[in-house]
Design a protein around this ligand. Sequence first.
Ligand code: 6PG
Length: 251
Amino acid sequence: MIVRRFPDSGALVTFACETFVETVNNAQRVHRRAGIGLAGGSTPRELYTRIARDLRTPIDWQHVDIFFGDERAVPGGDPESNVHMARDAWLDHVPIPLAQIHAMDGGAHDLDRAAAEYERVLRERLPEGSGGFPSLDLLWLGMGADGHTASLFPGTRALSETSAAVVPNEVPELETRRLTITFPVIAAAERVQVIVTGRAKAARLREVLAFARMELREIPADAPPAAKIRPRSGKLEWLVDAEAASLLETP
Ligand code: 6PG
């Protein structure tokens, strides 16, 4: 696990953009598409906007498949939807074939069926990784102030899912359901970058990183879910700005 501290979100976004370019170029070299997993929420908007508008390196969009780590239980056109944010900031502004944007169907009446369908897409489009789960080349995740990641919220059933790759998840604190990838998919990812910015998350980040340095089996069951982000590849980077890192010990 590497914690990369950046003076501000702009510098953090530059690093994440460079990772994206590197990931796509590596896939292109072996005539594959790079499977990129997107985080939702508000933090990634700056990153997605920069990819759409300011990448220094041209991207061959034929070699990119876009996936989502989670989705709210709303239609794709709803401003609350993660795919809506990603399209508004990035995907509608680049020549990526629509067939290579794989959104979760948050608007489905039957979320169990939508979860199973998304799992089918992941397994069809991605190589098999650790534990027999689909392996994203690069997975971007966020972290909520309560330490959730994707839609793996504290105390929810999806935290203990070990066989399905995608599940609906009841989130009582939000009085809603979400669709989310599960920890086995996070573990199967080749590279994971968790993007955390802002002072409001500084205390939670300090707590999560303390747990994240423990052996997975030693982490208490009630620890914040983000502490359990653990790609078996070992390629886990926490990308944090100075505000989010303000309570961490000086390196
Ligand atoms: C979502 C995200 C979620 C997000 C965190 C942080 O659907 O909201 O996938 O996991 O990464 O909630 O959200 P912010 O970036 O808005 O703080």
